[in-house]
Design a protein around this ligand. Structure first.
Ligand code: ATP
Length: 343
């Protein structure tokens, strides 16, 4: 089921949390809402769910206006950061809960509930824990059970609010892959809130980058990463170096390096901000045609990538470069060396 959000506005007191926000979630896609703390992600998710009302705008489910529809009629499933499992109930009963509390007329027969719960527990690969209690589970297992429980009532949309936020880094990584796999199996329209860029890029079909109540960019993970639409997106998506350049007729000059514009029309003449990621920088001992000259201040050499931090001559800014171990060893870099930086 698709979700369309039209011109949504939400104010808390004096504070505009969502400012005229429009967005479409395609049927069957896994969409990440990514942005810093306080940018309005959770508020948007709660409005989609019907847990919060908007001041203006509409939410359409499958083309139908659902703005005034109560939560109970929206057929949405939720998973929150803090597992909301009932501690006094077994895993089986937790997953069965949404079905067993239905009015008699719409409640499936006991055998059908059993069949459905066991199918879901298999789907989240925890059927062997059906008789366990939440206290006996790890954090990651609890979140998988919470997910199975939200799926039991056959929602048309799944909403996940920082579902792995409380887990440690390793479990988080495993669960991301697992969620992606699960989504590929069930193709349920899902909206996933996170402030972790790596998580958003790895898990989702498309990413919505939010900042202060507005959408900065919507796109597939590689589009967002390779072609960020604004300085905010560039910086939010990971480490990046800022260089100040000057725009010429068909090139941008940074230091004594000239980058051809290859027919791309510059936005205007004059100053330009040029963002370059650490792994797109090259370090050399040869002078000339360089973006900058720097002195090595720090070398962090763990794993296949070596991070080198340079103090830039002139401005004193720091430049962060990421080299492969081979390049690093060939250059024989040492603290205090003066080197040249190129893209
Ligand atoms: P986080 O990642 O920290 O959860 P978020 O992007 O999900 O952030 P929201 O939870 O949507 O952000 O909150 C956006 C802003 O609205 C915040 O400044 C928050 O303090 C404010 N806010 C949220 N809910 C309420 C409320 N019920 N009353 C007043 N202010 C609120």
């Amino acid at each position: 089921m698709s979700i369309e959000i039209r011109n949504l506005r939400k104010t808390f007191g004096e504070f505009d949390v969502l400012k005229d926000l429009s967005l479409t979630v395609e049927s069957g896609e896994l969409l990440a809402l990514l942005g810093p703390s306080g940018c309005g992600k959770t508020t948007l998710l709660r409005i989609i769910a019907g847990l919060e009302t908007a001041d203006a705008g509409q939410v359409l489910f499958h083309g139908e206006d659902a703005t005034q529809r109560p939560v109970s009629e929206r057929q949405v499933g939720f998973v929150f950061q803090h597992y909301a499992l009932f501690r006094h109930m077994s895993v089986f009963d937790n997953v069965a809960f949404g079905l067993s509390v239905r009015p008699r007329a719409s409640r499936p027969a006991k055998a059908d509930i059993r069949e459905r719960v066991m199918r879901l527990l298999k789907l989240v690969q925890l059927d062997w824990l059906a008789d366990a209690y939440p206290d006996q589970l790890s954090g990651g297992q609890r979140q998988r059970i919470a997910l199975a429980r939200s799926l039991a009532v056959e929602p048309r949309v799944l909403l996940l609010d920082e579902p792995f936020g409380a887990l440690d880094a390793k479990v988080r990584k495993d669960l991301r892959r697992w969620l992606r796999q699960l989504h590929d199996d069930i193709h349920l329209t899902s909206v996933f809130v996170t402030h972790d860029q790596e998580e958003a890029l790895e898990v989702s079909d498309r990413v919505v980058v939010m900042n202060r109540g507005v959408i900065e960019q919507v796109g597939r993970p590689e589009e967002i990463y390779e072609h960020p639409a604004s300085p905010f997106v560039t910086q939010f998506l990971g480490d990046v170096n800022l260089f100040h350049g000057r725009v010429g007729a068909n090139h941008v000059e940074i230091g004594d390096y000239a980058h051809p514009l290859d027919g791309q029309a510059p936005a205007g003449k004059g100053e330009a901000s040029v963002y370059i990621r650490p792994h797109d920088l090259e370090i050399s001992r040869e002078a000339g045609q360089a973006l900058a000259t720097g002195t090595i201040e720090h070398i962090h050499s763990v794993g296949p990538i070596v991070r080198v931090e340079l103090r830039r001559q002139g401005s004193g800014e720091l430049i962060d470069a990421a080299l492969t171990r081979d390049d690093y060893q060939q250059l024989r870099l040492a603290l205090g060396d003066t080197v040249y930086v190129r893209p």
